[in-house]
Design a protein around this ligand. Structure first.
Ligand code: SIN
Length: 327
């Protein structure tokens, strides 16, 4: 007899657990349904998996941050080490889902599937997308071939890698895309197709976990930016800055000089792009300025990588650049 895979659900809230109080209302509250009620709701779908749930938080993901990340990391680590657990699903609000997925991608082992899933419509809305997304996530988390691909994100019928996924729309159910790789798989409640094979061979995570992530600011670039715009956003406790620069991580000359001064004072300075599909390559002057190029990571993901490096004592710009180059 075929044994159903055991999937551990770590619930954090978001619209997937949201309630509007009306099937057609625009306003709703994220993070309202508890995991036990949610498991009852999905119980009728006939999913070929045994599900158990833990409520890590029940929040709007705008409030996601270090303390909940810490609880989530500990619960995911425990589940992945449990022989009785075949895969982990994290339910999450879509607004900061990409940051949580990337943080866990860099810190969890890749020995079993870990899937982050959300929804764009609350659970009592007409056309609630959460049930299908959840059913798809169960299919991915139950699939042994999902291991070795790092943390995955399922939205709609697509599977994304944590490194690539980004929220690109605030309306509608097709709100996510992957860059520079588009989706790496297609999933429905009854099928799963991978594009290419797993790429992570080792089980070891890229970085050790630290619950005290250092302060890193994201500074948004714009026409007319001056040195004050930079300095106002840097405090004594700031360890690094990610510039969401114009074009390919560019900035006004005055802002560049201010950032170069900060880098020479020991702050880590990363040039990222505010463009939707920005890729920032290293420039000849980066070495002299002490700057690091974010490559294909958007500013919010560049910030996560920078925080992890600083937390792990990696401060040499050349070493930091090589970590960005590898992503
Ligand atoms: C949230 O991120 O918690 C609210 C928005 C969403 O889940 O779509």
């Amino acid at each position: 007899m075929l044994v159903a895979p055991h999937i551990r659900i770590l619930a954090t809230g978001g619209t997937i657990a949201g309630i509007a109080g009306s099937a057609i209302a625009h306003e709703y509250r994220a993070g309202e349904i508890g995991i036990e009620d949610y498991l009852e709701k999905v119980g009728g779908l006939g999913l070929a998996a045994e599900l158990s749930g833990t409520q890590i938080a029940n929040i709007d993901s705008a409030d996601m941050g270090p303390s909940i990340w810490n609880s989530l990391y500990l619960a995911a680590t425990e589940a992945l080490a449990d022989d009785a657990c075949d895969g982990v699903i994290i339910t999450h609000g879509t607004d900061t889902l990409e940051e949580t997925a990337f943080l866990l991608d860099l810190t969890l082992p890749s020995n079993k599937p870990v899937v982050v899933v959300g929804a764009m419509r609350p659970a009592d809305a007409v056309g609630y997308d959460g049930l299908r997304n959840f059913a798809n996530a169960v299919g991915v988390a139950s699939n042994a071939d999902a291991a070795g691909r790092g943390v995955l994100v399922v939205m709609g019928d697509r599977v994304f890698a944590a490194r690539d996924v980004r929220k690109v729309r605030t309306r509608g159910t097709e709100a996510f895309r992957g860059f520079p790789r588009e989706s790496i798989g297609l999933v429905t409640p009854s099928s799963l197709e991978w594009f290419g094979s797993a790429w992570r061979s080792g089980e070891a995570p890229a970085f050790a976990w630290h619950d005290d992530l250092p302060e890193v600011a994201i500074i948004y670039g714009f026409a007319g930016m001056d040195a004050d715009c930079i300095m106002r956003q840097v405090r004594d406790t700031t360890r690094g800055v990610v510039l969401a620069g114009v074009g390919e991580g560019n900035m006004a000359s005055a802002a560049r000089s201010a950032l170069a001064r900060l880098a020479s004072d020991g702050l880590a300075v990363v040039r990222a792009s505010r463009a939707d599909e920005g890729v920032v390559d290293r420039e000849p002057e980066d070495m002299a300025n002490g700057f690091i190029a974010s490559r294909a990571l958007n500013p919010q993901k560049a910030r996560i990588l920078l925080q992890l490096m600083l937390a792990n004592g990696i401060t040499d710009p050349a070493r930091m650049q090589s970590e960005f180059d590898r992503r």
